[in-house]
Design a protein around this ligand. Sequence first.
Ligand code: FAD
Ligand code: NAD
Length: 477
Amino acid sequence: MAKTYDVVVIGGGPAGYVAAIRCAQLGLETACVEQWTNFKGDPALGGTCLNVGCIPSKTLLESSEQYHHIKEGIASHGIRVEGLQLDLNQMMARKEDIVLQLTNGIGALFKANGVEWLQGHGKLLANRQVEITAQDGSTEVVSADHVIIATGSKPIEIGAAPVDNAEGFIVDSTGALDFREVPGTLGVIGAGVIGLELGSVWNRLGSKVIMLEAVEDFLALADQQIAREALRQFKKQGLDIRLGTRVTATQKTENGVLVSFKDKDSEQEVTVDKLLVSVGRRPNIDNVAAPEADLLLDERGCIYVDDKCETNLPGVYAIGDVVRGPMLAHKGSEEGIMVAENIAGQHGHLNYDAIPWVIYTNPEIAWVGKTEQALKTEGIPYKIGTFPFSANGRAKAMEAATGMIKLLAHAETDTLLGCHIIGPFASELVQEAVLAMEFHASSEDLARTIHGHPTLYEAMHEAALSVHGRALHKINT
Ligand code: FAD
Ligand code: NAD
């Protein structure tokens, strides 16, 4: 007889492992099936995010920013540094150490909460049975009252630039997080979130970075006023971003990779030492469900779910990157919590209108809610409040007084509809707007909230005052 659980989660990334822990906290007997093998060849929890995504990329962004700041930004503080050296091996070792600490930590959390880790590949069969294939090829079938599929996503591949991380010339994000020397020239196909973050890492460490982006609009999802400012800043930093450019072919040569591309005017070629392909990610549905399970996909190839993340099969749920919505770790985790609570008979829910986005470049870019272009398209009347960091004392002291905060509020009700930031610690600042939007706050509520001085948060206060033309530290127009 197959062993039976209350819940079996397939996938132990930020969506799946959080769902498993929350299920266990709620008293449900829970197992999590996970197949990942880490860089040491050991089984690992944490998925893309902890192993080859959010955590290693933010670790390298931090290290490279410190290096670059000491090299280029510290002299204006009256600090002179001589003999600065880059120890890339140590930088990579630190990254690996942090990844191991955090992924091992999830194992400890599983033990503490009583979640059973079933190592291997999980496949949904009919009637909420799950087949687990271990690395040695042996199989076991377990059954569950509820199954949560959280199998994540994979990089999209393009025919013109086939990725081979082992060879190390044309790579995806996993390869670009692990270069063992700084490429002289790094080509990047796709100037989206990964391209900009990893392009920034290697640009700061000394690479010449050339980014080939198919679309004419830079950061099309972001508020376009913020995107324009971002493009200006990144170009100033030396990122060579070419919009409206299509890569037609690549060829490995003695000197690296020859990239052929065309824009609207001409066909061109460039040789780069390494080429990063970062053109988006696709839901991972590879061998996740047997045909007899009858699991429905949507028109974009994601697992179809309703607003409570239930699939077409009763008792089977799907969460995280494998379903519709933004491919963000915190979105998947919150879906996991919602599903766990609903399975336990509670009233889990998720406000999809208040999911923050962050791009960890310098300056950082972060937003929540509607962009100005979306409000225009939807015909929603709005007011704008902005405040530049150049007029914020704390940002000046930090030598980081670039960018702005832009708030959008409903023209009639004053309810906050969106917050868009480019500037220092945008990743942290945006949370004030997320909280405000969760509470359906108005710009007036933010304007009447006391913000400490001197802080970056004062820029949020001033942007809220600016919605009604009464910012104190800028000339109101
Ligand atoms: P995943 O993290 O992909 O986890 C899925 C897990 O399921 C994997 O461990 C996989 O091994 C396992 N699995 C798959 N199929 C099976 C199977 N059949 N059986 C058993 N196990 C299976 N998001 C942010 O919010 N912030 C960031 O800063 C950020 N930075 C990123 C940087 C990079 C370079 C990348 C690539 C992504 C980044 N993301 C970031 C996106 C984030 O990593 C994903 O949104 C997040 O990991 C999705 O979580 P998930 O649990 O749905 O999927
Ligand atoms: P993306 O969707 O952010 O960017 C892909 C870019 O590639 C787009 O600008 C697109 O127009 C372009 N593109 C597509 N096909 C192309 C082609 N053939 N040639 C040239 N350009 C092309 O995707 P990504 O950067 O690969 O990241 C994948 C996802 O991972 C993100 O959408 C995000 O959800 C997640 N992520 C999040 C973070 C974060 O939260 N900080 C960081 C990294 C990744």
